[in-house]
Design a protein around this ligand. Structure first.
Ligand code: 5AD
Ligand code: SF4
Length: 349
């Protein structure tokens, strides 16, 4: 465990979070980069992301996919399209396929089980990110071979959580994250930076919650206002505070898989590089078929590369190499998850 949360008191952390542009914050970012080098080396994990359905039953106040946004054309890939897209990604060299969607019950537990099985046959690691579902579904998908599950807690303030997520509660979200842990998934949580109503104390609580959960993966991105949401008038989160929260998370969880998020790349053309220099070690290029890509609109101006997927991958590898880092050719599991219950290191599920 890192020195940080132990050795520095909460007041110190709050002061840093209040001053993301200070020299102290820059020092924390440097430390986080060093810790990442010590624990995980120079490697960056690439994950191929498939956004397979933009239908969502939820109404999150910040998100362009919220059910009340009727101006958004919705799409669903067919199971065959999903599997073909995954095969395409694997052929390009991706070793992890991330299946992400809104909470779309059209895809039943059984359908997703079959899709996971097919992608496992292709030899990839499967990460699911389909929101709050029944624990028995999580269990079936794990049995089918899915190794990772991403579901951000979004904000650790239960009152703010309820305001932002009508009809949902933070306690339900946390109990599902615990259930996923118990099912032996590598579990990803995370939060947005700069949400309306968020304070430095909220961000400290986000950090503590993430640490207490011992999350294997942590996605942190700036809030970006979407015009078709009730939060359209609020300012976006900043690059500096987002990078600082990435860095503090790295210090709190030295082995975590932390992406340099697309949201960060969307508010800053150097966002990916800055995230990678602040403790991040994962990038998730988008493999969603072109005809749908612009419609997965969590937030506006999402960084969408104009290039063909192979070229995007190649450019990403070049960018990463230029930073003195290297693209991993392993499955990219969390190192402690591997040693916890397995002996041979890879792919033995
Ligand atoms: N700005 C930034 N991030 C957003 N997400 C959803 N809407 C927005 C927005 N407007 C994030 C949420 C969700 C993830 C998939 O995208 O944190 O968990
Ligand atoms: Fe749906 Fe996720 Fe958007 Fe919420 S954040 S509306 S659950 S897609």
């Amino acid at each position: 465990m890192s020195a940080l949360i132990n050795a520095f008191n909460e007041q110190f952390l709050l002061e840093i979070i209040k001053q993301p542009d200070s020299t102290q914050a820059a020092e924390i970012i440097k430390q986080a980069d060093q810790v990442r080098t010590q624990t995980l080396g120079a490697t960056v994990q690439l994950r191929g992301l498939i956004e397979f359905s933009s239908y969502c039953r939820n109404n999150c106040a910040y998100c362009g996919l919220r059910r009340e946004n009727r101006s958004l054309p919705r799409y669903r890939l067919t199971p065959i399209e999903i599997i073909e897209t995954a095969a395409h990604g694997i052929a390009l060299g991706y070793r992890t396929i991330v299946l992400q969607s809104g909470e779309d019950l059209f895809f039943t537990g059984k359908m997703l089980t079959e899709i996971v099985k097919e992608i496992k046959k292709l030899g990839a690691v499967v990460t699911l990110s389909v929101g709050e579902r029944e624990v028995k579904d999580y269990e079936a998908w794990r049995k089918a071979g899915a190794e990772r599950y991403l579901m951000r807690h979004e904000t650790a303030d239960p009152v703010l959580y309820q305001k932002l997520h009508p009809g949902q509660t933070l306690s339900k979200r946390l109990s599902l994250l615990q259930a996923l842990k118990q099912l032996d998934y590598q579990v990803g949580t995370g939060f947005m930076v700069g949400l309306p109503g968020q304070t430095p104390a909220t961000l400290l609580a986000d950090l503590q919650l993430t640490k207490n959960l011992a999350a294997e993966m942590v996605g942190i991105g700036p809030f970006i206002p979407h015009l078709a949401t009730p939060l359209k008038e609020y300012p976006a989160g900043t690059t500096s505070l987002t990078c600082l929260m990435i860095a503090l998370t790295r210090l709190a969880l030295p082995y975590a898989l932390i992406p340099a998020t697309t949201a960060l790349a969307s508010i800053n053309s150097q966002g990916r590089e800055l995230g990678l220099a602040a403790g991040a070690n994962v990038v998730m290029p988008n493999l969603t078929p072109w005809k749908y890509r612009a419609d997965y609109q969590l937030y506006p101006d999402k960084a969408i590369s104009g290039a063909e997927d192979g070229e995007t991958r190649q450019k990403m590898i070049e960018k990463i190499t230029a930073l003195g880092r290297e693209v991993s050719d392993t499955s990219g599991h969390h190192p402690l998850w591997l040693t916890d219950s397995r002996d041979d290191g890879e792919n033995n599920i």
